[in-house]
Design a protein around this ligand. Structure first.
Ligand SMILES: *[C@@H]1O[C@H](CO)[C@@H](O)[C@H](O)[C@H]1NC(C)=O
Ligand SMILES: *[C@@H]1O[C@H](CO)[C@@H](O)[C@H](O)[C@H]1NC(C)=O
Ligand SMILES: *[C@@H]1O[C@H](CO)[C@@H](O)[C@H](O)[C@H]1NC(C)=O
Ligand SMILES: *[C@@H]1O[C@H](CO)[C@@H](O)[C@H](O)[C@H]1NC(C)=O
Ligand SMILES: *[C@@H]1O[C@H](CO)[C@@H](O)[C@H](O)[C@H]1NC(C)=O
Ligand SMILES: *[C@@H]1O[C@H](CO)[C@@H](O)[C@H](O)[C@H]1NC(C)=O
Length: 446
């Protein structure tokens, strides 16, 4: 192993102790799956950040106690500072719920925010998903995907903006709002989810409580379990969003630095690093590698990278010459991660500064679909592919929506049937692709 290399497996099962140094949280909801009896299976992830301790964090609860068969993982530590200044845990819960009403709501709360200039103490988490089936995708809406690293740090004189992750799986418009006013001299560009500095920022820790919401850019009709419908007009922000997630974090405003030039004292990401907002693809059972490199030529050194990632992500840090340092993240999605959109955020830290935060979204392909048993029928101008549901456990046709308008999907008790019109039946390899690229059906030869 090269000098300076260190491999950390960032996994620890935690006991319980007081959590009085809350640094914020984010919630991810996996696409809902409908069970045969009309109930839904929901999986949600709660990442919670803290300073000295990430233990004994609070759990998210289904509103009204409507969830059953709750299966909650222990909060697994996903990243931690070696000096004990920040940590992050992720908790994963699956549950079954009976749709009652038009939305599914998760709530959490706890005490206490770490010391902050806003004098906030108690915190509240919230997620609310509209349960109407969308007329454009024939499925329930997918919530936006967002997260932050555990400890955001900006220097007082250099801060210009902070871009938050606001990815929408359904290509809806995402809007971020302050849930209860923002700290002085910070403004929020709601449509790009970018936080900006607008005046002198007070030194110290500021608390941010945001809501991240999605709105359809097309007119859609929502159909509920009881048969009732509502229409949502395109980009109308006076109507409730399709999903609303709370995103909370702390920004520590640090003493001014003598230079604001990126790459000098402030770490700057080098070209091999993914861009903010990139969508990466991963497959169940195959290790995804994400590589980031940063440089701060005149800082003492880059001490490390903070990472907000899924459970069992590993991080390999290596520092090089000229103030460069790199990190390789590795993550192997499990079967249960299939069809999920997983946010990963990272930032490089020196003792007195931090790089920009970048976040990417990893879409995980369910390999079972690729292995699903299919039969293909060719007609002069179209082709039909029938996928046997039994060969694809945990997959519902609700998750299949096709980008190619000439592709249509129908279902019966045993099969998902896709019909494609094209003339070269017999040689075509790629048949259909889900709108967000998650599921691909390949037919090699027939
Ligand atoms: C853990 O949190 C619970 C509820 O917030 C609290 O009652 C309990 O005292 C905490 N445990 C420790 C060891 O601090
Ligand atoms: C929804 O839940 C509430 C409270 O449990 C109950 O009073 C109501 O009847 C339920 N509605 C339906 C449609 O099941
Ligand atoms: C906000 O910025 C203005 C102008 O830079 C400054 O005068 C004011 O003190 C700042 N407000 C706070 C609360 O720091
Ligand atoms: C949505 O519906 C409204 C009212 O019915 C209509 O005025 C508007 O043009 C529609 N917008 C789109 C994008 O179809
Ligand atoms: C993480 O790794 C541990 C140990 O290998 C394993 O028991 C656990 O199931 C893994 N968790 C996830 C979510 O992959
Ligand atoms: C569903 O459709 C497939 C393909 O057309 C057919 O083979 C199968 O028998 C159908 N199943 C039922 C229950 O109708």
């Amino acid at each position: 192993m090269e000098a300076g290399a260190a491999v950390l497996l960032l996994v620890a099962l935690l006991g319980t102790s007081s959590a009085s140094s809350f640094y914020g949280d984010s919630i991810s909801l996996a696409p809902l799956q409908q069970n045969a009896d009309g109930t839904y299976k929901v999986t949600f992830y709660h990442r919670q950040n803290g300073r000295t301790s990430c233990q004994n964090q609070s759990a998210l609860l289904c509103d009204g106690g409507l969830c059953s068969d709750l299966d909650r993982s222990a909060a697994v530590q996903t990243d931690q500072d070696s000096l004990g200044r920040w940590c992050q845990v992720e908790e994963r819960t699956t549950a079954t719920f009976q749709p009652n009403g038009t939305s599914f709501i998760l709530r959490g709360s706890g005490c206490c925010w770490d010391n902050n200039l806003e004098h906030k103490s108690n915190w509240e988490s919230h997620a609310e998903l509209d349960l109407g089936v969308r007329s454009d995708s024939y499925r329930i809406n997918n919530c936006p995907v967002t997260a932050t690293v555990a400890s955001l740090r900006v220097s007082q004189n250099c801060f210009t903006h902070l871009r938050l992750l606001a990815h929408d799986p359904d290509e809806d418009a995402v809007r971020c709002r302050f849930a209860s006013g923002g700290p002085a001299n910070f403004t929020l560009d709601e449509s790009t989810c970018t936080l900006r500095g607008s005046g002198e920022l007070q030194l110290g820790q500021h608390v941010f409580e945001l809501t991240v919401e999605d709105f359809s850019t097309k007119n859609v009709t929502l159909t509920y379990a009881d048969g009732s419908t509502v229409t949502r007009e395109a980009s109308s922000t006076s109507l409730p969003p399709l999903c609303r997630l709370k995103l909370q974090f702390v920004v520590d405003v640090l003493s001014p630095t003598s230079s604001c030039v990126a790459g000098d004292l402030l770490p700057m990401f080098l070209s091999r690093t993914p861009s903010h907002g990139d969508v990466l693809h991963a497959s169940v059972g195959q290790t995804l590698q994400l590589y980031a490199e940063a440089q701060a030529q005149n800082a003492q050194r880059i001490q490390g990278f903070q990472v907000s990632g899924p459970q069992n992500v590993t991080k390999e840090f290596r520092s090089g010459s000229d103030g460069k340092a790199e990190v390789t993240l590795r993550w192997t999605p499990k079967e249960s991660d299939a069809n999920k959109l997983v946010p990963i955020c990272f930032a490089a830290d020196t003792a007195i500064t931090q790089s920009e935060m970048r976040c990417v979204v990893v879409t995980v392909t369910h390999t079972a679909v690729l292995q699903g048993r299919a039969s293909v029928t060719c007609l002069p101008n179209k082709m039909t592919v029938a996928l046997e549901k039994a060969s694809m456990p945990d997959i519902s046709e609700e998750f299949l929506s096709l980008r190619d308008p000439s592709c249509t999907l129908t279902t019966n008790g045993t099969h998902i049937v896709g019909t494609m019109s094209f003339s070269t039946c017999g040689t075509k390899l790629e048949v259909c692709q889900r709108r967000d690229g998650l599921i691909q059906i390949y037919v090699k030869s027939f």
